[in-house]
Ligand binder design. Structure first.
Ligand code: PXP
Length: 239
């Protein structure tokens, strides 16, 4: 049975579009929990384009499940994580000009850097996840750097333009899942997943948690936040 963790960044995106104080991602996180989400995720970007320091602090104070803070592995943000103490940090690559996280971490290119960040966070009791492309070498290096969890980037799969392309990209995800299982890593997945393309993941029961944001917020605008979360839980809970 897989868990759903809900990313509330895009509730904050709507708020920032008006530059006022609603809708509040903290309120959305509470509703997601009431609907059965088992974790809340937010990405504190260096440019604070959606989630800000106040949101992170209040989420830490109010959520009852697990707070997963997505962030770049840069000292200034690691310092914030060490103060706020989320349950889990997911290290992601971050480029200012991107609309959303575009690729996985290139752990192989700079293992020492990531190992150092992992050590600082784990010394304070914070679990660490690496957001990586479905590449067995990245999986292996993530384990060597001390990651507890890998989150497999499903964005390329989600962008497939045909069923055969989706099947082939899903095959790569399955291979990475096997590599992670061999190394006894915990496995999550996310990015670009929606109410339709998530169904294929029924074939991968090794994935323990799904990290989903945009499609839930998009549906919530039309049907309400709790219903949107519940409908996604209905899909992933039997995986
Ligand atoms: N996982 C990571 C590491 C992400 O950066 C994002 C996007 O913020 C997600 C999952 C969720 O992606 P989406 O909003 O497309 O569901």
């Amino acid at each position: 049975m897989a868990r759903l963790a809900v990313n509330v960044d895009h509730v904050a995106t709507v708020r920032q579009a008006r530059g006022i104080d609603e809708p509040d991602p903290v309120l959305a996180a509470g509703l997601a929990e009431l609907a059965g989400a088992e974790g809340i995720i937010c990405h504190l970007r260096e440019d604070r384009r959606h989630i800000n320091d106040r949101d992170l602090r209040l989420l830490r104070e109010t959520i009852k499940t697990r707070l997963n803070m997505e962030m770049a592995a840069v000292d200034e943000v690691v310092d914030i994580a060490l103060t706020v103490r989320p349950d889990l940090v997911t290290l992601v690559p971050e480029k200012r000009e991107e609309l959303t996280t575009e690729g996985g971490l290139d752990v192989k290119a700079n293992p020492d850097h990531y190992e150092k960040a992992v050590k600082r966070l784990k010394d304070k009791g914070i679990q660490v996840s690496f957001f990586i492309d479905p590449d067995p070498d990245q999986v292996k290096t993530s384990a060597q750097c001390g990651a507890d969890i890998i989150e497999i980037h499903t964005g390329h799969y989600a962008e497939s333009r045909s069923d055969s392309e989706a099947a082939s990209r899903f095959g790569r995800i399955a291979t990475a899942v096997e590599a992670a299982e061999d190394l006894h890593l915990k496995i999550s997945a996310g990015h670009g997943l929606n109410y339709i393309n998530v169904k294929r993941f029924r074939a991968l029961p090794q994935i323990e948690e799904y990290s989903i944001g945009h499609s839930i917020v998009a549906r919530a605008v039309l049907v309400g936040f709790e219903r949107a979360v519940r409908e996604m839980i209905e899909l992933v809970k039997d995986f």
